[in-house]
Design a protein around this ligand. Structure first.
Ligand SMILES: [Zn+2]
Ligand SMILES: [Zn+2]
Length: 291
């Protein structure tokens, strides 16, 4: 007898949610996500302003694994301190060790990938910076031969000497890393716009995505960060704004929410909010309203 067919992609809800705080333990992020109806969330795997953290306890891991009705996909974001191409030797070493430790924590939590800002070349130049980032990724991945968690390189606004504001830069890191199967990419709408990709119209959005397809390929697209931008096109300034309230308007969000090809790609907000998550509820309602 034929089994009842699994529900097709078309019938499942879009993977949509927000970045959630882990204050109080990793399971709290799931609880916060569930409270505003997230089907996807992003979280840090430790305090993101500290280099290292105490190990996750057995109780932390149990509460996380046993959480009932969690968002369908939960992934991580690495600490903002990490710079895989730092020129200062202490920061450089710490960055590699911190990334390795965060990947181990992510594996304990069974997260599929961690989003990472590639790095900032801090004056050494783009070429040298790109090379150092690939070497650092080789170092980290080779230290974790059995690691399962992947890294999703995030497109950046290009603020300061940040690397990764052009698809060609992300492609170069992937091409020179010895572990390309462990690399994915995360696209942030605010970063794309500030980096100079004019996605404020449907046409501009799809031009950008055609470029992404050509340089990197949609098979590597791990996640969308849905943020409007306070900063203008090509400003290279990274300032997130509530959906529809910034320089992007609703057009790119409408395309992302409606496109069948992005339905099963997690989409998370990283917009400002208070502890009651009221702003998340509002932004999520605006996004759902675009469907
Ligand atoms: Zn980020
Ligand atoms: Zn982002």
């Amino acid at each position: 007898m034929a089994r009842p067919q699994k529900s097709s992609t078309a019938e499942r809800p879009p993977l949509l949610g927000a970045h959630m705080s882990i204050a109080g333990g990793p399971a709290k992020a799931l609880e916060r996500g569930r409270s505003v109806g997230c089907t996807a969330i992003q979280m840090f795997v430790k305090n993101n302003m500290q280099w290292f953290a105490k190990d996750l306890t057995a109780a932390d891991l149990k509460a996380f694994a046993a959480f009932s009705d969690p968002p369908e996909i939960v992934f991580g974001h690495t600490s903002y301190l990490i710079n895989l191409c730092a020129t200062d030797s202490i920061t450089f070493e710490r960055s590699r060790l911190a990334l390795r430790a965060e990947l181990e924590r992510a594996d304990q939590l069974k997260l599929p990938f961690l989003v990472l800002h590639p790095g900032a070349h801090v004056g050494q130049g783009m070429e040298a910076g790109l090379k150092r980032i690939s070497e650092s990724l080789n170092f980290v991945f080779s230290a974790l031969p059995k690691g399962r968690c992947k890294i999703a390189l995030e497109v950046t606004a290009g603020q300061g000497s940040a690397i990764g504001s052009k698809f060609a830069e992300l492609a170069a890191v992937i091409a020179s890393c010895r572990y390309p199967k462990r690399l994915l990419v995360c696209l942030d709408t605010a970063h794309l716009f500030a980096a100079g990709y004019d996605i404020s119209t449907a046409k501009g959005f799809w031009n950008m995505f055609a470029e992404f397809e050509k340089q990197i390929g949609s098979a590597r697209l791990a996640a969308w960060h849905l943020n409007d931008s306070k900063a203008g096109l090509g400003s290279r300034v990274d300032r997130h704004e509530h959906i529809g309230k910034g320089k992007l308007g609703l057009a790119p969000f409408r395309e992302i929410m409606r496109a069948e090809q992005f339905k099963r790609i997690p989409k998370v907000l990283e917009t400002p909010k208070g502890e009651d998550l009221a702003e998340d509820r509002e932004n999520l309602a605006v996004l759902r309203g675009l469907l």
